[in-house]
Design a binder for this molecule. Structure first.
Ligand code: HEC
Ligand code: HEC
Length: 366
């Protein structure tokens, strides 16, 4: 059976916590017997666990644990039917498998859910730790911090439709939250910003760093060097990827040898944009149809693909790049030929098979 290597559950389930401690543990958190008994009536949490440093970033285990509980709590939506986890499933690299996701009152979201567990470290990529305001979240990059993203998702009438104050008033009387907030923030007075910080800490605890590709590249921080090799067909895919895709998607695969020079582009899905993407945010037509260049780590798990989920399978995406790129006034130059027309990669069957093998096997842990 294949599975993506996503560590958040491992981290927070405690027994394997040592795996991800790359420096030293900071402080062990302990619940009193009474607190643990109260918590255990609703939640299955480790008895004791450590704060940790992953990828050089301090992570508060108490806050991430609280964030994890909030992430799966449907009280965070107006009608009580959806949680963050409804549209971000851990086993799908924290994406979901619908073209558009289902929010409150059965409403459909405007766009395809974005995967969260697709970076060697979410904290490095998006966290406010050390790089405030540098995040560019959502398909149209409209949120420049995780906290803004969370507020906007909660307020969105198709997603959760709720204000932070209401979330706080719904949860503040609950015993398990009193304990978890007390551990995380050393207070039993719950405030809006704590909800945001805890959710942010949970997301920052997500990482994906032990794919076959990482092992071959020798950048596996968990097990040291290993004797792992890619198959011939995976190597073919890797070559095609490096030559044609990494200029845009490079960082997505390997943070350390980033070839990626841009964070958004128009990739020629259609000649007239139905969704203006970043153009709507900037108000500039020159940005119409430009969207975030998504990570391709764990990509085999996160279909359907593109901002509107138009392609069901990876093979559809590869056929699109091979023969289907459309002319658009903002089509990125890398996807044009020397005459400015949409480029046709004309991949052979073997090239296509190689790309799929690379994305399916080498790109994630099996
Ligand atoms: C109803 C489904 C739904 C719910 C509930 C939901 N999300 Fe999302 N999430 C999405 C969709 C769809 C997108 C992409 C939206 C866009 O780009 O316009 C997204 C985007 C994101 C992103 C941006 C990722 C990136 O790479 O830019 C983050 C982070 C995120 N969600 C976290 C959360 C958190 C935390 C919660 C709970 C507070 C949550 N989501 C609740 C559907 C959902
Ligand atoms: C000019 C930059 C650029 C190049 C080059 C490029 N892409 Fe993309 N790619 C994008 C953008 C932008 C998107 C998102 C487009 C959207 O949804 O509107 C995307 C989306 C994707 C997706 C869907 C991701 C998801 O989460 O839905 C896949 C898979 C993909 N590209 C694979 C490839 C492959 C394979 C190649 C090489 C043959 C390639 N790309 C070359 C910019 C690029």
């Amino acid at each position: 059976m294949t599975r993506a290597l996503l560590f958040s559950a491992v981290i927070l389930l405690g027994s394997c916590a040592k795996d991800i401690v790359t420096e030293r543990s900071i402080r062990t958190i302990k619940y009193s017997d009474e607190e643990y008994e109260d918590l255990s009536q609703l939640l299955s949490l480790p008895r004791d666990f450590d704060n940790y440093i992953a990828n050089g970033v301090f992570n508060s285990a108490t806050r991430a644990t609280l964030g994890r509980v909030l992430f799966y709590d449907k009280n965070l939506s107006k009608d009580g039917t959806v949680s963050c986890g409804s549209c971000h499933h851990q086993d799908l690299a924290f994406a979901d498998n619908a073209e558009l996701s289902t929010g409150i009152y059965g409403r459909k979201t405007d766009r395809n859910s974005l995967a969260l567990g697709v970076f060697r470290s979410f904290a490095d990529e998006y966290g406010s730790n050390g790089r405030p305001g540098e995040a560019s979240l959502f398909w149209d990059l409209r949120a420049n911090s995780t906290q803004l993203q969370i507020e906007s998702t909660m307020a969105n009438e198709k997603e959760m439709g709720i204000q932070l104050e209401e979330v706080v008033s719904r949860i503040e009387g609950q015993r398990h939250y009193q304990i978890l907030f007390d551990k995380a923030f050393e207070t039993n007075k719950i405030e809006d910003h704590m909800v945001l910080t805890a959710l942010e800490n949970f997301m920052q605890s997500m990482s994906s760093g032990n794919s076959k590709f990482d092992q071959v590249a020798g950048i596996n921080q968990f097990n040291g060097a290993s004797q792992v090799f890619m198959t011939d067909i995976e190597n073919i895919g890797h070559k095609i990827f490096s030559a044609n895709c990494a200029s845009c998607h490079g960082k997505a695969i390997n943070l350390f040898t980033s070839q990626q020079s841009q964070i958004m582009a128009n990739n020629g899905l259609e000649s007239e944009s139905r969704d203006r993407g970043f153009g709507d945010v900037s108000g500039n037509e020159e940005n119409d149809g430009m969207f975030k260049i998504p990570s391709l780590r764990n990509i085999a798990l996160t279909g359907p693909y593109m901002h509107d989920g138009r392609f069901a399978k990876l093979s559809d995406v590869i056929d699109f790049y091979s023969e289907g790129i459309q002319s658009h006034k903002n089509l990125n130059t890398e996807l044009r030929d020397e005459n400015g027309h949409p480029r046709k990669f004309n991949f052979t069957d073997e090239d296509k098979e190689g790309l799929i093998a690379f994305f399916t096997h080498a790109d994630r842990y099996e």
